[in-house]
Design a protein around this ligand. Structure first.
Ligand SMILES: C[S@@+](CC[C@H](N)C(=O)[O-])C[C@H]1O[C@@H](n2cnc3c(N)ncnc32)[C@H](O)[C@@H]1O
Length: 227
């Protein structure tokens, strides 16, 4: 498993730096006419503002019972209801086709192989309404950065060490208590290939959440695709 449940204990602190994406996904949700689905919803960091802004219940899929428990508690505190479902995004199945499926905070990188991602993209395509959107963001792989941080202990935001497997394009984030989160980086062409095989079309590829154009110096893929 690429996500230790133990990592959930420090997720609030780990994710505190990531705030720039919330308005981006909220805006897409406002434009959607129909059900909203978040893949790998985690603690509801994005889904709660999405539900608040749209007045719609968000379906949230996650494989970690501990993360779903946090999402449940945070939603109750915010006075909203999320439709939380324990499951693997590779097996996504929803009753009513969605107008928007989104996957923030690089969570698709937790899927180990291209085949896992293909399965997920095919499930997404099958779960969208015609014209429905699929949006996600992921690191652009930066070997320089990975090489720089490999083996270095860092106290922020939670004490951890990064391990970098060159051969597997893989980053293991290992917290001092042993909890591990693993990311398999993917290139732009891998993402485009996934859209192609799933029969989805690229609507936009940004280099950031403010809609910056994607260029050679971009460090984040921010994709919006359409069925
Ligand atoms: C980086 S967090 C993202 C959480 C949330 N979307 C956010 O933006 O804060 C990654 C989440 O992916 C979930 N996850 C990892 N692999 C998964 C899978 N195959 N299916 C569903 N959820 C998965 C983990 O349990 C964790 O909650």
């Amino acid at each position: 498993m690429s996500w230790d449940d133990a990592f959930s204990n420090r997720y609030d602190e780990w994710s505190a730096v990531m705030t720039a994406d919330v308005d981006f996904y909220v805006e897409l949700a406002r434009e959607a006419r129909g059900p909203l689905v978040e893949l790998a919803i985690g603690n509801g960091r994005v889904a709660i503002p999405v539900a608040q802004a749209t007045g719609q219940r968000v379906v949230g899929i996650d494989s970690s019972a501990a993360m779903l428990e946090q999402a449940r508690a945070r939603a109750a505190e915010a006075g909203i209801e999320l439709d939380l479902r324990e499951g693997d995004m590779r097996d996504l199945a929803i009753d009513e086709p969605a107008a928007l499926i989104y996957c923030p905070f690089r969570a698709l990188l937790h899927l180990p192989t291209w085949a896992d991602r293909r399965r997920t993209f095919e499930r997404v395509a099958a779960s969208l309404r015609p014209g429905g959107r699929f949006a996600w963001n992921a690191f652009a792989f930066d070997h320089h950065f990975a090489a720089r941080v490999e083996g270095v202990h860092n106290d922020e935001p939670v004490p951890h060490t990064v391990r970098y497997s060159v051969g597997d394009n893989r980053i293991d984030i290992v917290l001092d208590d042993g909890a591990k989160s693993t990311l398999w980086w993917a290139t732009k062409n891998e993402w485009l290939g996934l859209l192609d095989v799933a029969g989805l079309e690229v609507e936009a590829l940004y280099g950031g959440f403010a809609g910056e154009p994607f260029d050679d110096d971009s460090r984040e893929y921010v994709f919006v695709a359409r069925r």
